[in-house]
Design a binder for this molecule. Structure first.
Ligand SMILES: *Cc1c(COP(=O)(O)O)cnc(C)c1O
Length: 401
């Protein structure tokens, strides 16, 4: 007879096997038990047919990894605590002192900040290239270049690059190309697949995804993924990932698993409302330019059209406007504050629409020739009704008169 305190810890009851329900179970662990010492010595932490330690995976995280591979068309997946951690993991796994990384000028801001601080301190150099001029990327690839980041559409300014050509150049030069696929989310286009209607492969080496956005869909989870197709490249990333001690919480993994089944529907709904509002903004006299890749006049529209199949709902839920130069920052701030349904806040992919004014001059040292001058505001469209959002925009614009 053991003491009752011990019985509470070592209880013999095992629930019956075979429980089946819509949601997978949430398995939590740091410690994982081995059946015996020999098994402990023998089990390889990298082998996903078994379990060794919570950080190396549980049924919950393995399940999420497999589903994310399906989403993006890759073969292997690593989970990390944020989209930015996914970007950092790729850099730390692949770059060493003396190497150079090339980053598009319109990349996600904190990715540039990582290159400008930690990577620089570690002797890793970086250069920015013009995402809309493939010749500029070709010129900047040298024997020191080990990694090229790609992003489509670009953060904040949403210009759409000739991604196929950029990938082709990376392949020709034998450098790793990593795509920040947060915007496309595995739905607008497939980063490891053929370009629609052609035999031309897109086939990036690595796709990172801020699961924080559409896969979460709630504005309440931070997570990232690093997806690959090549086993040896995956192993390189996985070893670094393990040594850095990166892992995700089971409850967060559960939330993403819960949201994935509705992701295609949500993405389509975000997309539809966003296009309506972007088109409406194009008719307004306050704006010098509306940036949304599905708009005919938006930079890189033709590349978006080639790559993103319209019927799949291929343009996400973001658009930006550039106010005419006669509007001051103070006026634009009043406009943002006057919005009621649109909240002021970073990130996107959740049910609530968001607005952020950006200081583009600080983000893009040379103002791109394809952008009008003026103050830029980015909208992230949630799941509210399009007409309510339009009325909100209209009312807030009236403050500018
Ligand atoms: C949000 C975002 C990230 C970072 O994701 P976090 O989970 O917030 O760290 C990376 N890239 C892009 C394009 C993003 O929009």
């Amino acid at each position: 007879m053991t003491d009752s305190i011990t019985s509470l810890i070592h209880h013999p009851y095992q629930p019956p096997a075979g429980f089946a329900a819509p949601q997978p179970g949430v398995f939590k662990a740091s410690t994982v038990f081995f059946p015996n010492v020999a098994a402990m010595r023998e089990f390889d932490w990298k082998d996903k047919t078994a379990y060794t330690y919570g950080l190396h995976g549980t049924p919950t995280t393995y399940m999420l990894e497999e589903r994310l591979c399906v989403l993006e068309g890759g073969r292997q997946c690593l989970l990390v605590p944020s989209g930015l951690a996914a970007i950092a993991t790729v850099a730390l796994a692949l770059l060493k002192s003396g190497d150079e990384v090339l980053i598009p000028d319109n990349a996600y801001g904190p990715s540039k900040a990582l290159a400008e601080s930690e990577l620089m301190h570690w002797g890793i150099t970086h250069r920015y290239f013009d995402p809309m001029n493939p010749a500029d990327l070709a010129d900047k690839i040298t024997s020191n270049t080990k990694l090229v980041w790609l992003e489509a559409a670009g953060s904040v300014t949403l210009e759409f690059p000739d991604l196929c050509e950029q990938v082709r150049q990376c392949k020709a030069a034998g450098v790793y190309c990593a795509l920040d696929n947060t915007w496309g989310a595995g739905l607008a286009f497939k980063p490891f697949d053929l370009v629609p209607g052609t035999q031309q492969p897109l086939s990036v080496d690595i796709s990172i995804h801020a699961l924080t956005k559409y896969p979460s869909g709630g504005g309440d989870v931070l997570m990232g993924s690093v997806i690959t197709q090549d086993e040896s490249l995956h192993m390189k990333l996985k070893l670094c990932h393990m040594r850095l001690g990166l892992g995700v919480g089971a409850n967060d993994a559960e939330l993403v698993l819960r949201s994935l089944p509705s992701m295609t529907l949500r993405y389509r709904a975000h997309d539809e409302t966003t296009r309506e509002l972007a088109l409406w903004c194009e008719q307004r006299h306050e704006f010098a330019q509306v940036l949304h890749p599905a708009l005919l006049n938006s930079p890189g529209h033709i590349y978006w059209q080639t790559l993103c199949r319209n019927d799949a709902g291929g343009a996400a839920g973001l658009f930006s406007v550039i106010f005419k130069p006669e509007f001051s920052q103070a006026q634009v701030d009043v406009f943002c504050n006057a919005l009621q349904l649109f909240k002021i806040g970073y990130s996107w992919g959740g049910p609530i629409s968001l607005v952020v004014p950006y200081e583009l001059a600080n983000m893009r040292p040379t103002w791109p020739s394809y952008l009008q001058r003026g103050i830029l505001v980015r909208f992230s469209i949630g799941l509210e009704s399009s007409s309510d959002l339009q009325a909100d925009l209209s009312k807030a614009l009236s403050t500018l008169r």
